[in-house]
Write a protein of this length. Structure first.
Length: 155
């Protein structure tokens, strides 16, 4: 966590096509509330997409983002938000390359909902535990045998 005179802890939220607004709110709102209670910026966040253009959410709402991938901005934490179209995002070479770069430069990289499939495709989940929705669990196990797939809620 950020100290009194240090910069805010930075989060990069990668919105994949079909992401859930509920997942985005669950990521951002606790950070906002912590800042509000502290009366200072402990946390900051930016939303990103592969091309910097708005991303269509699972609800059909086109959601603008703050910046494209490829920026040299470094984040302390990167979270991949994916939902119903994770397999499509898992084939985006720009996204997979950027996630590997983010991890190499020191970011903690994680996922919400089916974003774990994107991390597995990037090679970031090798020998890691990935909670997966029951609907996707068998396919995840088949496609990524090097990932310890579980049906738990979180890891």
């Amino acid at each position: 966590m950020a100290l009194e005179n240090s910069r805010p802890h930075r989060f990069g939220l990668v919105l994949c096509p079909g992401f859930s607004h509920l997942a985005m709110a669950m990521a951002i709102e606790p950070l906002f509330i912590a800042n509000w209670i502290a009366r200072r910026d402990l946390f900051g966040w930016n939303t990103l997409s592969a091309d910097g253009l708005a991303v269509m959410a699972s609800s059909g709402i086109r959601t603008p983002v703050d910046q494209p991938l490829g920026t040299t901005e470094r984040f302390d934490v990167v979270l991949v938000l994916a939902s119903f179209d994770a397999r499509q995002a898992a084939t985006d070479a720009r996204l997979l390359k950027w996630l590997r770069w983010a991890e190499r430069t020191g970011a903690e990289v994680g996922a919400i909902e089916t974003g774990s499939e994107v991390l597995a495709a990037a090679g970031i989940m090798a020998d890691q535990t990935a909670p997966v929705h029951w609907y996707n669990i068998e396919g995840m196990r088949e496609r990524y045998p090097h990932v310890h797939v579980t049906d738990t809620i979180y890891s």
